[in-house]
Design a protein around this ligand. Sequence first.
Ligand code: FCB
Length: 456
Amino acid sequence: MIFPENFVWGAATASYQIEGAVKEDGRGQSIWDTFSHAPGNVADGDTGDVACDHYHRYRDDVALMRELGLAAYRFSVAWPRIQPDGRGPANPRGLAFYDRLVDELLEAGISPYLTLYHWDLPQALEDRGGWANRDTAHRFAEYAAVVHDRLGDRVQNWATLNEPWVAAFLGYGNGVHAPGRKDPASAMRSAHHLLLGHGLAAARLREAGAASIMLVVNSSPVLTPAQVNDHEAVPDEADAAAVDRVHALLTRQFLDPALHGRYPEEVLAAAGRNGGTGHILDGDLEAINAPIDLIGINYYNPCVVEAGPGLPADAAWPGSEDIRFAPADAPVTAMGWPIVPDGLSRLLVRLSKDYPDVGLMVTENGAAFDDVVEDGRVHDADRVSFLRGHLREVGRAIEAGADLRGYLVWSLLDNFEWAEGYRRRFGIVHVDYATQARVLKDSALWYRDVIAANRL
Ligand code: FCB
């Protein structure tokens, strides 16, 4: 497989997962500081206080990226570094960090892909209702403009939100993520306000001259158990309906409003039964439908479902109480996530048909395994085979006509994996959290060769 000539190869991270330095240079508190410091929320009581200490080591980390030949680096800006209380004038020392990072990247010939929101909401905004409060959408658009104002002369590629489904439904639905609220109605409202924030921010960015604007979603192909290993398997009517509904709740809930200016019926029905639709105001869908250029896709595993008595209703899935989430017949990663590489090509081909007006980019794909350092090396053969398998499917999707612009591996570094803390390692670079030493895993060396050859 040879990739297209200008195919963008890179890696991704997120602010709270790598930066540390949570009290430095005027940074305000985020919902993840609060959440991780409350006992019982994160495995082993881990927090992002130090993380990979990237805030102090970004120069070395950019040097590693250069060594790997990355063309792109996707990072996120911590909103509470820029506006410690989520509103008002910018904190110049917070902006200065990203300014230095961007310059360092450009100096290394690496294009910055900047994500404005990767889940670290200023705690002050959560105290006023967080994403369940409509005002947060307006605050977000203002923040986007502030960041663009400082970095827009050098950053071309902008993403508004990372994975609004996760932010809304794990943050406000089942409470597994910050802010840890457990209320399906708040989750539905939050999803809408995240979308509104996206649309308002996209319009501000466009107005300010941003070259490329993207919305990043966690999408998965939704399959019945039989379809996991058999593309030809035809589900019965009840299973097919379950598949369609879960696809609507997971993916179309975000991409239909953003790209077609309307909600799927399944989403309106779920909202209707969970607090109502009164938070969707006239004009919102037009605002959400602001023009964008790319969909960013974070793919890890398929979503496997069938009709039938569900698990005890999971507040992360309002609207799917009569649907069963089933295991896939496939090997799993250390997260317990099934490894189904062709799920990626199935997904990309479908999204390129459903949303033909925008390009696609894989903004995250990767796996956690229990890596060990031996004689200064990490022989992560499982990760190499995971990445190879998925890149093959990226190639297939391109051959099938998907307008796929690039691929970013999750993650550059081992990091703070949210509720799992540091015990799950997703990096192609190993981090020793005691010494902050970095070691290129075999997967990093392999990826470097793929990038250099632009082929598998
Ligand atoms: C995604 C997140 C990312 C990382 C990976 C494993 O949902 O966007 O921050 O945690 O999962």
